[in-house]
Ligand binder design. Structure first.
Ligand code: IPM
Ligand code: MG
Length: 386
């Protein structure tokens, strides 16, 4: 163990695999994180708990109290995916998604970072022309605890003219300002450009968002701020993706745009995410939750247990966890380098396979990343002779 005070204490990771392929990719992701820690001679304690459909089956709730307590007390939460046809009855009072939405809200994880970077070796597999997608390297910052997902009222009722339903898009100034600040700070460490996405031509909240973005932007004169309407952003994402650096937007817009953006990275199975709150943890980072963006929906239920799921989004989420919550930036970078190395060596899961890809299973992909981690440390500690 290292001897600095922050790293003296063994960090605790709450592992919440959830349902379906969430279980498989989480297992592989944690295996890689453990290998990265061992390689740098430190360790953590992992504690698992139920969430989503699995928790509904066992307890009747998608987010049992024990799970919430573990997630709040841990230094970081490593999350798989929730949902599946078994729990999909639209009139059911409890839904697996309440597990993840409840965690985001209860832990106040308001900034959801979704990096979208195309591995050079996946260039040819992209659905877009190489010259359009080349150089794509952006982070979408999705506001995660407000907006259309959480606004009240949200309900359906029988009115004199028939059934009606309502959801509400609502934001406070503080909610918008804090996620904008996260975005500007991120941009400072990158290419110094923030694209704020709204619907200011139609929505009151859109004009409010834009006004606050402009005001916050004045505190960051070194960062270029541009405003784009969300419909145009959907188009520019596939027309000129490489021009974006940090893109920040409302909860629902961010949900939609990041599924679109995942196509840029070759597959939704490649995209990790970090959901950050404002609280520091005892491990020298921020309290955060880390999950692949794909959820259970990416794979049909028949894929579960067949070894066809891509674990790279979970593995790369593990890297983000090391960087933002566990204060281990070198181990995070080592995982990212190892993943690039495995892809460049021609391996892939079916979702990212081209004509010459050596197709491997979920588990084998984990083994390959771990082996590449070993080679990375060998390269660092013992430069190649000759
Ligand atoms: C995501 C997912 C979730 C969301 C679902 C599973 C509730 O689509 O993280 O993007 O809508 O936020
Ligand atoms: Mg989504």
């Amino acid at each position: 163990m290292t001897s600095d005070p922050i790293h003296d204490r063994q960090p605790i990771i709450a592992v919440l695999p959830g349902d379906g392929i969430g279980v498989e990719v989480t297992e592989v992701g944690m295996r890689v994180v453990r290998a990265a820690a061992a390689r740098s001679d430190w360790s953590f304690r992992a504690e698992s708990a139920l969430v989503g459909g699995a928790a509904i089956d066992a307890t009747g709730s998608a987010l049992p109290q024990d799970t919430l307590e573990l997630a709040s007390a841990a230094d970081a939460v490593f999350f798989g995916a929730v949902g599946g046809p078994k729990w999909d009855n639209p009139s059911a009072p409890v839904r697996p998604e309440q597990g993840i939405l409840g965690l985001r809200k209860a832990l106040d994880l308001y900034a959801n970072l979704r990096p979208v970077k195309l591995a050079p070796s996946l260039l040819a597999q992209s659905a877009l022309k190489e010259e359009v997608v080349r150089g794509t390297d952006m982070i979408v910052v999705r506001e995660l605890t407000g907006g259309l997902y959480f606004g009240k009222p949200s309900r359906r009722w029988n009115s004199p003219t028939g059934w009606r339903a309502v959801d509400t898009l609502s934001y406070t100034e503080q909610e918008i300002e804090r996620v904008l600040r996260v975005s500007f700070e991120l941009a400072r460490g990158r290419r110094k450009k923030v694209t704020s996405v709204d619907k200011a031509n139609v929505l009151t909240t859109g004009r409010f968002w834009r006004e606050i973005a402009t005001r916050v932007g004045a505190d960051y004169p070194d960062v270029v701020l541009e405003h784009i309407l969300v419909d145009a952003a959907a188009m520019y994402l596939i027309r000129r993706p490489a021009t974006f650096d940090v893109m920040v937007t409302e909860n629902m817009f961010g949900d939609i745009l990041t599924d679109e953006a995942s196509v840029l990275a070759g597959s939704m199975g490649m995209l990790p995410s970090a959901s950050l709150g404002s609280g520091q943890n005892g491990a020298g980072g921020v309290h955060g939750l880390y999950e692949p963006i794909h959820g259970t929906a990416l794979y049909t239920p028949e894929v579960v247990g067949t070894g066809r799921a891509n674990p790279l989004a979970a593995i790369l989420s593990g890297a983000l966890m090391l960087r933002y919550s566990l204060n281990r930036p070198d181990d995070a970078a080592a995982i990212e380098v190892a993943v690039e190395h495995v892809l460049a060596s021609g391996y892939g899961t079916p979702d990212i396979a081209g004509p010459s890809t050596q197709v491997v299973t979920t588990d084998r992909m984990g083994d390959l990343v771990i082996a590449a981690l070993g080679e990375t440390s060998a390269r660092i500690t013992a430069p190649a002779a000759g």
